[in-house]
Design a protein around this ligand. Structure first.
Ligand SMILES: Cc1cc2nc3c(=O)[nH]c(=O)nc-3n(C[C@H](O)[C@H](O)[C@H](O)COP(=O)(O)O)c2cc1C
Length: 229
């Protein structure tokens, strides 16, 4: 490995290991030129046929408040109908990993197991955008189907890494895609823009307990199979 490659690899490793989901933000806005730098870096994302299906609505100021209010508005009935099918169930290791990160959050913020009111309040933080001054709503084109969403997933990952490199904290939120009609209404998006997820972002409240834990990753042996013959 050349010196240059080694440096690049170290920079990437630092970014990948320092990025984490932020669940409490300070109210200060991110300067517009920094947000523009994030989206221009994320725009380099690879996509099938280079279709670049992602489009993103980014809010600040009154637009963020309007979006937050729309998300928090009470529902008359359970009207969750996401554009992309949600996981049917989490079984085995998926269930264990899901439980581990859920419990780490609850422990951090002091939600006691079985306290439904407290866990509902914490879940509601999603709709409050965890206090973030900005949200980026990532949409895909209806006709590009699942692979459009795959391309958007790459975009989301690169957006979050680019933000990390500029000192901006993020969290991807499928929770914001659970009522897509509300999102389209609030942001004036046409019906064929499918809501993939939101990314709330801003500067982190580093002293907040919700930001005090880090998630683990499975050992490579459980995810990679080497074939050489
Ligand atoms: C597509 C996607 C959707 C997510 N949706 C939510 C969400 O709705 N609410 C939430 O609190 N975290 C959400 N997360 C954050 C994950 O819980 C988090 O990435 C995972 O636990 C790993 O932790 P880390 O991001 O700190 O490394 C989402 C992450 C991704 C990639």
């Amino acid at each position: 490995m050349s010196n240059r490659e080694e440096q690049a690899s170290i920079v990437l490793e630092n970014l990948l290991s320092s990025r984490h989901s932020c669940r409490a933000f300070l109210p200060e806005e991110v300067p517009q030129d920094v947000v523009e730098r994030i989206v221009s870096l994320a725009q380099r994302t690879a996509s099938w046929c280079n279709a670049q299906p992602w489009q993103v609505v980014i809010t600040r100021g009154a637009a963020t408040e309007r979006f937050r209010e729309a998300m928090l508005a009470p529902s008359e009935q359970d009207d969750k109908r996401p554009d992309f099918e949600w996981p049917r169930e989490y079984q085995g290791v998926y269930q264990e990993r899901r439980r581990e990160c859920g419990l780490a959050l609850y422990d951090a913020v002091g939600v006691v197991r079985g306290d439904r009111a407290a866990s509902a309040k914490q879940a509601r933080e999603n709709l409050r955008l965890f206090g973030a001054p900005h949200v980026a709503i990532v949409t895909s084109d209806e006709a590009l189907s699942t692979y459009g969403a795959v391309d958007c997933g790459g975009y989301v990952a690169n957006f979050m890494l680019a933000a990390t490199s500029l000192g901006v904290a993020t969290i991807a939120q499928a929770a914001l895609a659970s009522r897509p009609e509300r999102v389209r209404d609030c942001l004036n998006l046409p019906q064929d823009r499918r809501i993939v997820c939101g990314i709330s972002f801003g500067f982190p409240d580093t002293g907040h307990p919700a930001n005090s834990f880090r998630t683990s990753r499975a050992d490579l042996s459980s995810t990679v199979k080497w074939l050489d013959a």
